[in-house]
Design a protein around this ligand. Structure first.
Ligand code: PXP
Length: 238
């Protein structure tokens, strides 16, 4: 089964626009789970422009499915995650202030750093996943860092999918097969939506988890959160 982890950063962005507590990020997380989501993802950034460190602390006792914290492993992020002990931490190479994650790790260049950080999280019993592109060397490099999983950066897939689904998925299937051979479990995320998700899942059925934020929260404006989550779950059904 592929888990749907809902990234709730956009809910925090909306809340922060007015300074109060509407919409209530913690309530939305609990409701996503009630509506069928099998995980909650948050991505606290250093400027706290959407999810804040305090949100993550408040969410910890409320999330009963899989809690996934994403982010660049700065000192403050590492200590937050070690304190919270989520089920999974996903490491992204974002420079501070970037609009959204736009590339995977260079796992060769950052090998030593990743080994050190991943080792630290593992000591605390936290599963580690690192965000990577589909290049063979980057997947091979990921396997040498000691991480448990890789999260494939799916933006290039999503961009190409409408015109060329076969071509779009090809490098992802290759990368997924290589990851599997190397003993890495697989996640995916970025720009997945109601149109491109089913094909992705059909071609890489062993994928463990997708984390989806922007499109899912946008679809919820039209269909409502409960329906939308059910619609995404249907795309993932075998
Ligand atoms: N995975 C990672 C590492 C991300 O940074 C993001 C965006 O925060 C996502 C998945 C979700 O992407 P989207 O919001 O496009 O669904």
């Amino acid at each position: 089964m592929t888990k749907l982890s809902v990234n709730i950063n956009k809910i925090a962005t909306l809340r922060n626009a007015r300074g109060g507590n509407v919409p209530d990020v913690q309530k939305v997380a609990v409701d996503c789970e009630l509506f069928g989501a099998q995980g909650i993802t948050v991505h606290p950034r250093p400027d706290e422009r959407h999810i804040r460190y305090r949100d993550v602390e408040l969410l910890k006792p409320l999330v009963t499915t899989e809690f996934n914290i994403e982010g660049y492993p700065s000192e403050s992020f590492i200590s937050l995650v070690k304190g919270i002990k989520p089920h999974q931490v996903t490491l992204v190479p974002d420079p501070p202030g970037v609009l959204t994650s736009s590339a995977g790790w260079n796992t060769l260049e950052h090998h030593d750093f990743l080994v050190e950080v991943i080792g630290e999280f593992k000591k605390h019993g936290i599963r580690t996943s690192i965000f990577v592109g589909t290049e063979k060397e980057m997947i091979e490099g990921a396997a040498k860092t000691g991480c448990d999983r890789v999260e494939l950066y799916t933006e290039p897939y999503a961009t190409q999918y409408p015109n060329d689904p076969e071509g779009a998925i090809e490098p992802f299937v290759k990368a997924a097969e290589l990851a599997r051979e190397l003993g890495l479990d697989l996640n995916a995320g970025h720009d997945l939506d109601l149109h491109n998700l089913r094909w992705f899942k059909q071609q890489i059925p062993w994928i463990k988890e997708v984390s989806i934020g922007h499109a899912l929260i946008s679809d919820a404006l039209y269909y409502g959160l409960q329906n939308t989550i059910q619609m995404y779950l249907r795309q993932l059904r075998d």
